[in-house]
Design a protein around this ligand. Structure first.
Ligand SMILES: O=P(O)(O)OC[C@H]1O[C@H](O[C@H]2O[C@H](CO)[C@@H](O)[C@H](O)[C@H]2O)[C@H](O)[C@@H](O)[C@@H]1O
Length: 366
């Protein structure tokens, strides 16, 4: 019987901890109103449950990944947000502290795409970033080495961003490309253009699974399957909630034949990817190394993202004790990021302030 390591009840190393592993809620300080701990993280570890319960747990997890669905009253939601923001203050309010902490270090910028540089929309093919955001990111990349780190495939995200001066880490970091040798921030001017694809052997399998998922999900209105080259997204944003279980069942029926693939979740999307131990956090580390900052302490990475898959990068920064993670969210979310911004417009303001701060510093040195 094929091994079912794509299911929410499994707890293999390297699997999506945000979905699979039971965790103790964080200690609650006095006077702190805890925001709802994601249901998906509570009790799934080591449970012997049957297929149907697994699908129910999966659907629960799909609901938990949609914080707008919180059934709380507006005033409770506000209280919860107020508590959360105490622990994850606005990066705009804390701008001076953040740049103070970076003094004497090289800032390196890591930006997620969907929900960070572009607003979340129903049709994933129309998630355009604004011209103003593009101009801001272009200016940012002139001031600091900058990378886009995304679940999308590189070609698609490049079509949205259209800036050649950035590094791109697509397919959740499994497809990395950098600007050419002459990249002004590269410490090693002799180094080749960066290209790294740790999951290339999975390409035929991903294509095969993509075809099957397209076929199976055809009969679920609103479902959309996206081929992200080294991973696949099954979108349920436009699927009636009553049909989520049915869709989950279809995805499961395909994936149970592919033990070398695993499932993670994003914003109203099921993401299928190789079981290799590689994620956005490891991509961040790889990029720092490519830039010549591998073991240096004089680097200050700033990672901005809105989704569960960005947590790997936030955790990496915590583990390295370097830089800052900034979560983009209007709702309280369990996160390892230190700061928050509410939406892409606030991300743009923050990036713009960084550019201005850098320009003032550069001028004052001349
Ligand atoms: O790592 P990211 O850049 O955040 O990519 C994660 C997924 O983003 C896209 O889906 C999300 O945005 C869509 C457009 O706004 C939205 O319709 C969808 O519900 C969101 O999950 C992208 O389409 C996926 O392939 C990425 O995996």
């Amino acid at each position: 019987m094929p091994h079912q390591n794509v299911l929410v009840s499994d707890t293999k190393p390297g699997m999506d901890t945000a979905v699979m592993v039971a965790q103790k809620p964080p200690a609650v300080p006095r006077g702190y109103i805890p925001y709802p701990y994601p249901r998906s993280r509570r009790v799934l570890k080591n449970l012997e449950i049957n297929g149907e319960q697994r699908i129910n747990a999966w659907v629960d997890s799909m609901r938990a990944s949609s914080p707008t669905n919180a059934k709380s009253s507006p005033s409770l939601a506000e209280e919860q947000y107020t508590s959360w923001i105490l622990h994850h203050p606005s990066a705009l309010d804390m701008f001076e502290q953040i740049v103070d902490a970076s003094k004497g270090k090289q800032i390196v910028m890591f930006l997620d795409y969907d929900g960070t540089l572009s607003p979340i929309v129903d049709d994933p093919d129309r998630a355009f970033m604004s011209d103003l955001m593009r101009q801001t990111v272009r200016k940012l990349a002139r001031c600091f080495p900058s990378a886009i780190v995304t679940g999308r495939c590189i070609d698609k995200v490049y079509n949205f961003v259209r800036l050649a001066e950035l590094y791109y880490a697509g397919s959740h970091g499994m497809d990395i490309k950098g600007p050419s040798k002459s990249f002004k921030f590269n410490k090693d001017k002799e180094s080749e253009e960066v290209v790294f694809q740790p999951a290339s052997e999975f390409l035929p399998m991903i294509d095969e699974v993509y075809q099957q998922l397209v076929e199976k999900s055809k009969s679920t209105p609103g479902a959309k399957v996206e081929n992200n080259k080294f991973c696949i997204s099954v979108h349920f944003r436009c699927v009636d909630e009553k049909k989520w279980g049915e869709l989950a069942q279809k995805v499961r029926s395909v994936l149970k034949e592919y033990p070398k693939l695993r499932l993670t979740q994003g914003r109203k999307v099921l993401e299928i990817r190789p079981t290799i131990k590689w994620d956005k956090g490891m991509a961040l580390e790889f990029l720092l190394e490519s830039l010549g900052f591998a073991n240096l302490t004089d680097v200050f990475p700033v990672y901005i993202g809105d989704d569960k898959t960005d947590e790997d990068a936030f955790k990496k920064l915590r583990d390295r004790g370097q830089g800052v993670g900034i979560m983009v969210s209007k709702f309280p979310k369990d996160t390892s990021a230190s700061y928050s911004l509410q939406e892409p417009n606030e991300v743009m303001d923050f990036l713009q302030r960084l550019v201005e701060w850098k320009q003032v510093r550069t001028r004052s040195r001349v």
